[in-house]
Design a protein around this ligand. Structure first.
Ligand SMILES: Nc1nc2c(ncn2[C@@H]2O[C@H](COP(=O)(O)OP(=O)(O)OP(=O)(O)O)[C@@H](O)[C@H]2O)c(=O)[nH]1
Ligand SMILES: [Mg+2]
Length: 504
């Protein structure tokens, strides 16, 4: 597209800050390291400036800027990580030295390599007594990430997000690698870049965090992605401070899109709305996933309709992936709507109409919506941890599964004599020819091997005394109740039914 084919005027190229993606396994300490850096290198402009979750920050070290992107390590966020790797210049691979190389460490390595990013390894949690530095390095070597201290080319540093050890060194390494990369951008042109986050701000409307890879962005610019367009009403930096323009490698929150754009889309600035429209791709306009295209529901299957509301769009995508992995042979999950933003009254109306459950992830429920949900009896489940969401949905599915009835065969009785026959009751004398007979069991009546009727046992006797159980070979008297009359020589199948909790 335009970005690749356009000629860049070499004179306009200026150095730009590096964009660093922090990758690593779940709980390796990515966010903790970023928090530590932010605390020590960003002068908080306003107290509690960050209201929305923004996974990108820019800091300053020795008068040089560095942009960081955080990505979650949970396996479900693979798409987010690979996007992070695509927009970045450098990957910091965080390895928990108490754990060593883990599945998402490996995934992160291959994503960084695929994107051609230089890797810096942060050997984290070095403050912990059980930290296994050499083991971690050895395991990295097996993944062809050989650190310098083992004779390789990959710079590494021991870090602790707990006490700050190695964090300054990590920043110095980043600046060093960035310098060697010679990162430059054309600042003079209308900007282009990538959508890294997208959400519906319930006060300001569709919002997106953008990362510019060239040019500059200012209020009033006409902007488009393949899925939506708009005119920029305001620009905010990662701390929520209004800024007049954004520069390459600077994460910026933009308000003014007509709809929340898709995460990962390229954006461009245009000189007119007409031009911007021509950039739109007609068929996939909506930033909402289609309601389960091609979803097949077979006989006997139930459907659980869901409305998914998440903090950012990348999360919605990850959660849909997690939901897909839940067993759905008996209950099919159908996502009616999936979008970023708070749970609104219209979500509750939709849930009511579609008999859906609302699933929230890191979102809030305002009082009005909560009251409406209570009144309309709409179920809302809100989670903060993806694993808990998966478990919560699984438990809910199990609860709505009807308990299964399991038939237990007990035995067979051959009817030898009929002693009494009333309207729908009979006393039948017989012999247990198979298994055993328990009082209160159910009865099926077979005549010449054909099922002719069903009924139940009201009482059971042996030697004219009430009995709980009669064994094979013994004779018994059965007080039978049922619509079909039993005749001599009929075979009675004796069974019970047990209800078992539904299993997915
Ligand atoms: N002792 C010690 N604990 C750490 C260190 N870094 C992180 N932790 C702890 O490890 C846990 C996970 O840290 P996070 O920063 O949330 O890890 P993460 O990699 O961002 O995790 P995900 O985003 O879920 O993939 C937290 O309880 C941190 O307090 C460290 O250097 N030393
Ligand atoms: Mg994290």
């Amino acid at each position: 597209m335009a970005r690749k084919s356009e000629q860049q005027n070499k004179d306009n190229l200026q150095p730009r800050p590096p964009v660093v993606v922090i990758l690593g396994h779940v709980d390796s300490g990515k966010t903790s390291i970023l928090d530590y850096i932010r605390k020590t290198h960003v002068a908080e402009k306003e107290a509690g400036g960050i209201t929305q979750h923004i996974g990108a920050y820019q800091i300053e070290k020795d008068n040089k800027k560095i942009t960081f992107i955080d990505t979650p390590g949970h396996e479900a966020f693979s798409a987010m990580r690979s996007r992070g790797a695509k927009v970045a210049d450098i990957a910091v691979l965080v390895v928990d030295t108490t754990q060593g190389v883990q599945p998402q460490t490996k995934e992160a390595i291959s994503q960084a390599k695929l994107a051609g990013l230089p890797i810096i390894v942060a050997l984290n949690k070095i403050d912990r007594p059980e930290a296994g530095l050499e083991k971690a390095k050895g395991e990295l070597s097996k993944e062809e990430v050989v650190v310098e201290s083992l004779g390789g080319k990959v710079p590494s540093i021991e870090t602790s997000a707990q006490n700050g050890q190695g964090i300054e060194g990590l920043l110095e390494l980043i600046l060093l690698v960035a310098e060697m990369e010679g990162l430059k951008a054309d600042f003079s042109q209308p900007s282009q870049g990538v959508v890294i986050e997208s959400y519906l701000d319930h006060q300001k409307g569709p919002s997106a965090t953008l990362l510019l890879n060239k040019g500059f962005l200012k209020s009033g610019d006409i902007i488009a992605t393949p899925s939506t367009l708009g005119k920029i009403r305001s620009l905010e930096d990662f701390q929520g401070k209004i800024i007049s323009e954004a520069l390459p490698a600077q994460p910026v929150k933009v308000i003014g899109f007509e709809e929340a754009p898709r995460v990962g889309e390229d954006f461009q600035v245009f000189s007119s709305a007409e031009e911007a429209k021509s950039y739109l791709k007609a068929p996939e306009k909506k930033a909402v996933s289609p309601p389960a295209g091609g979803l097949k529901i077979e006989e006997g299957q139930k459907v659980l309709n869901l409305i998914l509301k998440t903090d950012v769009l990348g999360t919605a995508e990850a959660i849909e992936g997690v939901l897909k992995k839940l067993p759905q042979e008996k209950i099919v999950l159908r996502v009616l709507k999936s979008e970023a933003g708070q749970i609104s009254e219209s979500d509750i109306e939709l849930a009511k109409g579609g008999r859906a459950v609302i699933l929230g992830f890191r979102v809030k429920l305002n009082l009005v919506a909560q009251r409406l949900a209570e009144r309309e009896k709409v179920k809302i489940m809100i989670f903060d941890v993806i694993y808990e969401l998966a478990e919560g949905v699984r438990k809910f599915m199990e609860r709505i599964l009807e308990p299964e009835t399991v038939r237990i065969e007990l035995g067979k009785v051959k009817a030898l004599a009929i002693f009494l026959s009333e309207k729908n009751r009979q006393i039948v004398g017989g012999r247990v020819i198979e298994g055993e007979v328990l009082k209160g069991a159910s009865i099926e009546v077979f005549r010449a091997e054909e099922l002719v009727g069903k009924g139940k046992m009201v009482n059971l006797q042996r030697n004219k005394k009430d009995a709980d159980k009669v064994n094979k070979g013994e004779e018994c008297g059965i007080l039978y109740e049922g619509d079909t009359k039993i005749s001599e020589n009929d075979v009675l199948a004796i069974y019970t039914e047990e209800k078992k909790k539904g299993e997915l």
